[in-house]
Design a protein around this ligand. Structure first.
Ligand code: GLC
Length: 569
């Protein structure tokens, strides 16, 4: 069987499990690059990245041939959760610059045909937001309190939380306030840190507030919004207890679909109303959901034609290094999103997970979303992790649909696993007394120049988190000069992806190789093969090798932990 299929013509005849999309809007095949502003580039010298730093590096990003940048929050904020605790949604925190700096960034990006997508954080704000401060100063039952989720406590004196919900960052999801008259009072819900009170999306006033915020940024020319914790906006009425995971994913006896704080049906009306607002603007602007919803078929309901445009595919991000598991997640994703006519998206790293260059160097699956690796944990095998990360990226960039990249992955950066405790800022670390180290390790400032202090991140050599010595090897200037670097691999693969229009392509499996660990498919006249097994695998005799991760071939055999792209004819 395999023999018969190894000619170019037989490969070209394989039956696709996914066909090219009917529409050709940019977001169906987009490459979107996530910037975590505080760690990208610090032009003003205080050790924290800023908007002018991003503007200065737009030409470097344009070389990667990306369609858009998603900016993690840069709004005015006490920075208790690195800006995901917003105190003023229509502003720029002085830490990052000014609104004029933002306008300059949008203008420079647009000169390079790059759109700017901003992070909308609608589930919660900062406890310093004026609306929450007013709620605290107002009596129980007032319209001001109704913007948030305040409840009386249980127990004789209201001394216990209203239910058993837990915060994603550890500890209870409720905090008791002191009423203006000094007495112990109601409790408010915060699915994240105490400093991040959840909004009450049953209140029309909250809807109105966010419509204003959407328009504010759309008027300033943004290309759309990445919607933070989009799955949690509506809570089940009565707020029933929940014994499952705080992050809404499934566990034994507690399917994520039953979680009372996630994926409630009322959510769809919110997305539809936002979609109408975006559609009333020119330029094909997008909404992308951050949503932890099981299973993927349920998640795809979020991107029906009148709802969001894209949603992150966390099932893909979490695939283990195992060929059948990877094939399954790719195929089930394509099926689910094809059903509603939406693009499937692919992502391997972001600011909430251990970077894939570290994850793939571990013996197991590694920590869950929201956790990191510390000095006490298993340390990744960096060479193995990098080889696998490059192979996994080569495979991802050949898949049809949209792709998300996280800053620094194009340099092959691993996590910093040895950050001394005194530098850690993630609330997870502090709320769990260090039991969970949190996400600082994937947020370390980027290395630009190997020989400068802070590896060229900051004009003064400052850096809000210490950088590991391995940053020297991964600095952008070093990688630029090395034809075999991760950076040059990303550049070549991204160029080819666009040239061959793979994002709008199809996918047909090369007959299964369960026993040898190969994941292989044909898209756009290219055979893409990744070897996830332990031994080299024979490849078909095809005319042209188009690209590969380094040292991929041993004669006509594909080495383990490598990917090749080969032209069919
Ligand atoms: C999202 C963000 C994460 C943040 C959380 C609370 O999951 O990606 O970084 O801590 O929301 O806003």
């Amino acid at each position: 069987m395999v023999e018969q299929l190894t000619t170019a013509s037989s490969l070209a005849r394989l039956v696709p499990v996914h066909e090219p999309p009917a529409g050709r809007e940019w977001w169906r095949s987009s490459v979107i690059y996530q910037i975590y502003p505080r760690s990208f580039r610090d032009l003003r010298g205080d050790g924290v990245g800023d908007l002018p730093g991003i503007t200065a590096e737009i030409p470097a990003l344009a070389e990667l041939d990306i369609d858009a940048i998603w900016l993690s929050p840069f709004y005015r904020s006490p920075q208790k959760d690195a800006g995901y605790d917003v105190a003023d949604y229509c502003s720029v925190d002085p830490l990052f610059g000014t609104l004029e700096d933002f306008d300059a960034l949008v203008a420079e990006a647009s000169r390079h045909n790059i759109r700017i997508i901003v992070d909308l954080v609608p589930n919660h704000c900062s406890d310093q937001h004026p609306l929450f401060q007013k709620a605290l100063a107002s009596p129980a039952g007032s319209p001001e309190r109704d913007l948030f989720i305040f409840r009386d406590g249980t127990g004789d004196h209201g001394q216990n939380p209203p239910n058993n919900w837990q915060s994603h960052f550890g500890g209870p999801a409720w905090t008791r306030i002191t009423e203006p008259d000094g007495t112990p009072g109601q409790w408010y819900l915060h699915l994240f840190d105490t400093s991040q009170p959840d909004f009450n999306w049953d209140s029309p006033a909250v809807h109105a507030e966010f419509e204003k915020i959407l328009r504010f940024w759309l008027d300033r020319g943004v290309g759309g919004f990445r919607v933070d914790v989009a799955h949690a906006l509506i809570k089940k009425s009565g707020l029933p207890d929940w014994g499952g995971r705080a992050d809404g994913s499934s566990s034994e006896g507690f399917p994520g679909s039953d979680a009372p704080m996630f994926g409630q049906p009322g959510i769809h009306d919110i997305f539809r109303s936002w979609r109408k607002i975006l559609d009333s603007y020119d330029g094909d602007r997008v909404l992308c959901a951050e949503a932890t919803i099981d299973p993927i078929e349920r998640l795809s309901d979020w991107v029906r034609p009148d709802e969001m445009h894209q949603t992150f595919n966390f099932a893909y991000l979490h695939h283990p290094w195992h060929a059948p598991a990877l094939r399954h997640v790719i195929e089930s994703s394509l099926h689910a999103f094809d059903r509603v006519g939406a693009p499937t998206t692919w992502v391997l790293s972001n600011h909430d997970v251990v970077r894939h260059a570290s994850r793939f160097g571990l013996t197991g699956a590694g920590p869950r979303t929201g956790d990191g690796l510390g000095p006490q944990d298993e340390q990744p095998d960096l060479d193995l992790g990098l080889a696998r990360a490059r192979a996994a990226t080569m495979l991802m960039l050949a898949l049809p649909g949209g792709v998300y990249l996280y800053q620094g992955e194009e340099l092959g950066l691993p996590d910093h696993t040895m950050i001394p405790d005194e530098f850690r800022q993630d609330p997870t670390f502090h709320r769990t007394a260090g039991v969970r180290v949190g996400r600082d390790g994937n947020r370390v400032p980027l290395p630009w120049k190997a020989n400068l202090p802070s590896y060229g991140f900051s004009s003064t050599g400052e850096s809000w988190l210490p950088q590991p010595p391995i940053w020297g090897r991964h600095s952008r200037d070093i990688e630029q000069r090395n034809p075999d670097s991760t950076l040059n691999l990303y550049r070549r693969a991204l160029d080819l992806r666009r040239e061959l229009d793979l994002g709008n392509g199809s996918l047909a499996w090369w007959p299964e190789h369960d026993d040898d660990g190969l994941v292989a498919f044909v898209n756009g006249g290219v055979l893409v093969a990744m070897n996830m097994g332990d031994a080299p695998v024979q490849l078909p005799d095809l005319p042209r090798l188009m690209g590969s991760s380094p040292d991929a071939l041993e004669g006509a055999r594909l080495r383990p932990n490598r990917t090749v792209w080969m032209r069919l004819g």
